[in-house]
Design a protein. Sequence first.
Lengths: 154, 208
Amino acid sequence: MALLFTNGNLFVKAWTPYEYRPATNSDLTNRIIIPIEIEGFPTSAFIDTASPYVVCSPEVAEVINIDPSTSIEQISYNIRGNRLRGGIHRLSITLLAQQGNPLSIESSVFVPYHIDKDVWDSYPTVLGLITFLELLRFAVDSFEEKFYFGLNTD
Amino acid sequence: MYEPNIFHKNHFTDQSQTLLNVCVESNSVSKDFSFTFVCSTSTPINSAIAELFSKQAIKNTFNKPNPILSLESLLKARKFELFFAELEKIDWTKHHPKVFIYFIRLALELEAIFLAQKLSSCGKKLYPENSELQKFAHILEKPTLTSKNRQSDIDLQANSRWIMENRQVYKGQWVALKDGSLLDTSKSLKTLASKFPQHNNIYFTKVY
């Protein structure tokens, strides 16, 4: 089912189901968690409009073998009260779709270095606003737990 | 305002007069000065140098506002509009690209991402031959669409249903799912992913 403006023009038509739950055992709030691919690796991520960056989970970064030489290295970034050091990379993120077409977007992604597992606590990858979501139109249907997404050229 | 460093180069004493040559350096700018003054042979040269610092001529030369330091202060104070206004007044052909890279990094440390994006785009145009600035501009570019017509045949809803139904059993474990069927589990994503080198239509997630 596509979402339309009141004049009948298309808003967006692709959607994916999401999990609505805390990101980890110690997380205090529910998150919208959707399936994505990062550099072709299929995993989950949560939507965080308060985060400027996409932040790649260190566990996923380890699997996708990111090349540090292609990054802006030694940047620090405050994540959940912890000042973490890492690099900023240009990576491909794909929003997967149950209906409609997936979208692949190149984005600036912060990858934390050498992080203590207790500090990261297995949070999934974060999809932030300035380096990712700002390209999209998106909407949340909280009754059917669907995340709608698309471009303004759809 | 800042204190310049004064370096004694040499001095020549002739009867009651001393010619003192010094190099005054501040913020990578240096200038030589010569002073002649009357002093007794017992006057230590360091005292003479200290007295020199009070000389208005030296102060006037080095205490002009430094535009790069002013920019840095504006950025650290998060006065971004003023920062950009001052940035445009500077003749960047007289400055090394490293100065521009310093400001991009400072913007990133301040988490002013939009500013870092704008600066890197400016830097790319100002210094087209500088590979580091080209790299910064590429990495910090706004998000760009690379593909939108790829066909998808993954049953994401089936995976969601599986997670809801099996959450308590597999809590805290990484699972590999395909169209609502469990392929394998592990405490480590790296271990689990290594079992499936071809990730086609497989979904790796941690269950909570």
